[in-house]
Design a protein around this ligand. Structure first.
Ligand code: SAH
Length: 275
């Protein structure tokens, strides 16, 4: 019986639709979001509204952006009487949300994002929410809680020296404090995705030390992680002379044999600043 409920409407692969059906995962998401009655929340990909239903009674306003027309119809049917709910139909990555919100001041300037997002566009969604090192979002959110692929969550929350610590880790941790809240098994969705999932919590921040040349930091990170398992000094050969790099690494008390994944975010920034 219950399974049948979840099968409606039939999930579309092209929109990476996997309906969350785990009460436990929903509770984790809600708890991690620390919702307050003054919060203005953005939800990307509400789908059948399972998370929307939980969020609405807890927040001042909820703006949802859903690409699937049919789903938008049923969401509208269910929630149209809720004054704190607004739905925009369209591609979250393409939509000029700000201009659509002009007639709806109560839904402008969301301070939190809470969503079980489509995994196929995780990178671009993170970039739209946080910006990039060189071009950070100037109106950052207070808090972002997302359900993502477990491997991505591990990368986002990784500590230097661990296998999961990569270019994505440095790029995102420079913009936000990241924490893996809990893992969510594939069986918590209908249909189950090929991978396990996890809830992550991002708190946008101004990183200290700030990069003096953000473009240089981006280049350095890209090159530094370019060839896996190679020592940093080999990967950076094209941008800095060997001797100069050795000197710098020594000054920063970084092992000259270090690999990119062993360098902490603040060491990356310092390295870029000193180059
Ligand atoms: N939040 C729901 C659905 C998650 S599946 C749940 O937890 O059950 C991902 C949702 O994102 C789907 O509803 C899908 O239609 C929507 N989606 C996919 N690509 C999108 C895009 N580019 N912009 C907005 N929504 C999108």
């Amino acid at each position: 019986m219950i399974e049948k409920e979840f099968q409606k409407p039939r999930p579309r692969k092209s929109f990476a639709q996997h309906w969350l059906k785990s009460e436990k995962a929903l509770n984790e998401i809600i708890q991690a979001s620390e919702l307050q009655s003054t919060d203005r929340v953005l939800e990307i990909g509400p789908g059948t509204g399972i998370l929307t239903r939980r969020l609405l009674p807890l927040v001042q306003s909820l703006l949802a952006v859903e690409i699937d027309r049919d789903l938008c119809e049923s969401l509208t049917k269910e929630f149209k009487r809720q004054e704190n709910f607004l739905l925009l139909q369209g591609d979250f990555l393409e939509l000029d949300i700000e201009s659509h919100l002009k007639p709806f001041p109560a839904f402008q300037q969301q301070n939190k994002v809470v969503a079980n997002i489509p995994y196929n566009i995780t990178g671009p969604i993170l970039e739209k929410l946080l910006g990039t090192i060189a071009n950070p979002n100037l109106k950052p959110y207070d808090l972002i809680v997302l359900l993502v692929q477990k491997e991505v969550a591990q990368r986002l929350g990784a500590k230097p020296g661990s296998k999961a610590f990569g270019a994505l880790t440095v790029r995102v941790q420079y913009l936000a404090e990241c924490e893996l809240i809990c893992t969510v098994p594939a069986g918590a969705f209908y249909p189950p995705p090929k991978v396990d999932s996890a809830v992550v919590r991002l708190v946008p921040r101004q990183f200290e030390p700030q990069a003096t040349d953000t473009g240089r930091l981006e280049t350095l990170v890209k090159l530094g992680f370019g060839a896996k398992r190679k020592m940093l000094r080999n990967n950076l050969q094209s941008v800095v002379e060997r001797d100069r790099l050795s000197q710098l690494l020594e000054k920063l008390e970084i092992n000259p044999q270090a690999r990119a994944e062993e360098i902490s975010v603040s060491q990356w920034v310092t390295l870029a600043n000193e180059l």
